[in-house]
Design a protein around this ligand. Structure first.
Ligand code: TYM
Length: 359
């Protein structure tokens, strides 16, 4: 019997952040380390997603390999046959299924996606226009790739029949879309796809009560993001430990002088509490309790800065130890196996839509 699949992907167009690490990478690596006898683990680099917004193409290939090495440094076991590490563009079925799903996706569904709205820099007037006349979308200077990428993401998941997909809170909407398109195709063509578990069940499976969202240190009302305009609020896995500690010390807080977890009233302090919990591996409640009422933000920040520093020292040491040849060999063997699994799904879909003869 085939094992249920846990799958996630992290884009490689820039250095990964602390948000990527805790939101997307660590949950699947924990599963890979603990549950690979029960589950198949698919960890991949969605390289075709890398240029939905402009990037430096001359850097992309080396960034992809670097990202694969980051996964290994974070503890993804390479010598385990239930764990696959692959690059999306090396499995052409991803692109092909995307096209087919495109033809069953409504433009309105994609125009609603928050990530699309955020990243296409639509100002209020354009948004208003969008709401009034969805068709005007096509005249705006945003790439079709950015608009369309949730469909590619759905194909990434559905090709393998993944049941659990650990992602940060910003990707929840895309996961819901994946479920919608899978159910739509299943009701039109019969049981074609495994529908991934609903978001609430996903959180239960990964032991969370909600999706994770690490905030920018300078503007804690925004998500920490590799595409942020300033690096000051973003901790990258390649920051020197001292640089990262400085960013924590410079984090925006408030004038309440009272440590409390209140994301609305005290977003900066709440974000630091969250980061501290993740870095120490403790429950958020325990960290909140430990610091509750602390009046000197400087002392609290120093503690978090030290945690970030020792995390990065350790991580970067692990990265130095990664054997690039072993990573390349894992990529190649996984890509061979994934082409087989993905092509089998694609063929069933091609049959269902009439592109291939029915058996
Ligand atoms: P990407 O590359 O932007 O982000 C990778 C993962 O990091 C999470 N993340 C965060 N989590 C918490 N706090 C933050 N500040 C934060 N920033 C990023 C993201 O939620 C994600 O889990 N479309 C996806 C990649 C993708 C994918 C897939 C994921 C493509 N196909 C199939 C899962 C399954 C993306 O752009 O993630």
């Amino acid at each position: 019997m085939t094992k249920p699949i846990i799958l996630t992907g992290l884009r490689a167009n820039n250095d990964l952040t602390l948000g990527n690490y805790f939101g997307g990478m660590l949950p699947i690596i924990d599963m890979a380390q603990q549950k690979s006898d029960e589950y198949q683990i698919n960890m991949f680099i969605p390289d075709l997603h890398s240029f939905t917004t402009p990037i430096k193409h001359e850097l992309l290939y080396s960034q992809i390999i670097q990202t694969a090495k980051l996964f290994a440094a974070a503890g993804l076991p390479l010598d385990n046959d239930s764990i696959y590490l692959y690059r999306q563009s090396y499995v052409p079925a991803h692109s092909e299924l995307t096209w087919i799903l495109d033809c069953f996706t409504y433009t309105g569904e994609l125009a609603r996606m928050t990530q699309f709205k955020d990243k296409s820099n639509l100002d209020e007037s354009k948004l208003l226009l969008l709401k009034k006349e969805q068709n005007k979308l096509l005249t705006l200077s945003t790439s079709v790739g950015l608009y369309n990428y949730p469909v590619l993401m759905a194909a990434d998941i559905l090709l393998y029949g993944a049941k659990y997909v650990p992602v940060g809170d910003d990707q929840t909407q895309h996961l819901e879309f994946t479920r919608d398109i899978a159910e739509r195709m299943n009701s039109k063509f019969g049981e074609l796809f495994v529908v991934p578990e609903a978001v609430k069940k996903q959180h239960e499976f990964f032991g969370n009560d909600q999706g994770l969202r690490i905030m920018d240190l300078v503007d804690p009302t925004r998500k920490m993001s590799k595409s942020a305009t300033s690096d000051k609020g973003v901790i990258f896995l390649s920051d020197t430990p001292d640089e990262a500690a400085k960013k924590i010390m410079g984090a925006t807080t408030d004038d309440k002088a009272f440590v409390a977890y209140d994301p609305l009233e005290q977003p900066g302090i709440s974000n630091l509490l969250q980061i501290s919990a993740l870095l120490s591996g403790k429950e958020l409640e325990a960290v909140i309790e430990k610091h509750a009422g602390q009046e000197r933000y400087g002392d609290f920040k120093k503690e978090v800065a030290e945690q970030v520093k020792s995390f990065l020292v350790h991580f970067q040491e692990q990265l130095k130890q990664v054997d690039e040849a072993a990573v390349m060999s894992k990529l190649e063997s996984s890509e061979k196996a994934m082409n087989e699994q993905a092509n089998a799904t694609l063929y069933r879909v091609q049959q269902a839509v009439g592109l291939r003869p029915k058996a």
